[in-house]
Design a protein around this ligand. Structure first.
Ligand SMILES: Nc1nc2c(c(=O)[nH]1)N[C@H]1C(S)=C(S)[C@@H](COP(=O)(O)O)O[C@H]1N2
Ligand SMILES: [Mo]
Length: 241
């Protein structure tokens, strides 16, 4: 039995416009998870009333808080950024940003869908396929899952090994055809195209191959590990509507 959506399944274009990091930050301090979810809902409703969106009007710099479960996240540059691949692998590897940039890049253009309802149509992400990094590390036969950690020190995510090997899951270096901004998880974030956006861990610093799935940050708080857009969490039963 396999209820996973095919990889090339198209995602319909939603009516809503993204109010992401910058919009949330502009409304003030957003740190408590419950408050954050409430704000997301509020912003989703606001987006319906303002289809032009607000993010484009906001300054792109400091002075506001990021969309994050932590109140602050250290900045990493090309000099200081590292991504460690370890766990049940033959060769643990640490990548610099230059190392990642030197690998073949894949560009995907899909809708971004947060589980709380907001959607951003046609958002380009670009980076290295996760499957390539797993192959390079040599995944051991006892492995069954992959765990992701972040240099915010708090957020975690996870995928089954089968999910992690899909071609539409990237270790992303670029978003909207620009280098990933700090606010969006730069310099490197996970991009899990077929799943709700909470799977796309920002500020990615670790990829650990494990035996079993360990629920991630939001999953410990009630969200599905298998976060297929439109097929989980009971919130988006028919995204074509
Ligand atoms: N490290 C980290 N990654 C994260 C989050 C977070 O709080 N911390 N939030 C998740 C959620 S719920 C969403 S909707 C997206 C938001 O990404 P954005 O800030 O680029 O819009 O990041 C996901 N990845
Ligand atoms: Mo989200």
């Amino acid at each position: 039995m396999n209820d996973e959506p095919p990889e090339e399944r198209g995602t319909p274009v939603g009516r809503r416009v993204l109010l992401g990091t910058l919009g949330l930050g502009a409304l003030g301090v957003v740190t408590a998870p419950a408050l954050q979810r409430g704000l997301e809902g509020f912003l989703g409703a606001a987006a319906d009333k303002d289809p032009t969106g607000l993010t484009g009007l906001l300054p792109n710099g400091g002075g506001f808080r990021y969309y994050s479960v932590t109140s602050s996240v250290p900045q990493k540059t090309a000099e200081t950024y590292r991504l460690k691949v370890d766990g049940l692998v033959a060769n643990s590897t640490t990548y610099t940003l230059a190392d990642l940039r030197a690998l073949p890049q894949t560009r995907l253009v899909k809708d971004v869908q947060c589980v709380t309802g907001w959607r951003v149509p046609g958002t380009p992400f670009e980076g290295v396929r996760l499957s390539r990094l797993l192959d390079a590390a040599g995944v051991r036969s006892s492995a069954g899952a992959v765990r992701f950690t972040c240099f915010d020190g708090a957020y975690t995510e996870s995928l089954t090994l089968d999910q992690a090997r899909r071609s539409d899951i990237l270790v992303a270096l670029r978003m909207q055809d620009k280098e990933l901004a700090h606010e969006h998880g730069g310099p490197v974030r996970l991009y899990v195209a077929p799943m709700y956006f909470y799977k796309s861990a920002k500020w990615l610093s670790g990829i650990t191959v494990t035996e079993h799935v360990e629920p991630g940050y939001w999953e410990e708080r009630g969200y599905d590990v298998n976060a297929w857009v439109g097929r989980s969490n009971g919130r988006d039963d028919d995204p074509t509507n």
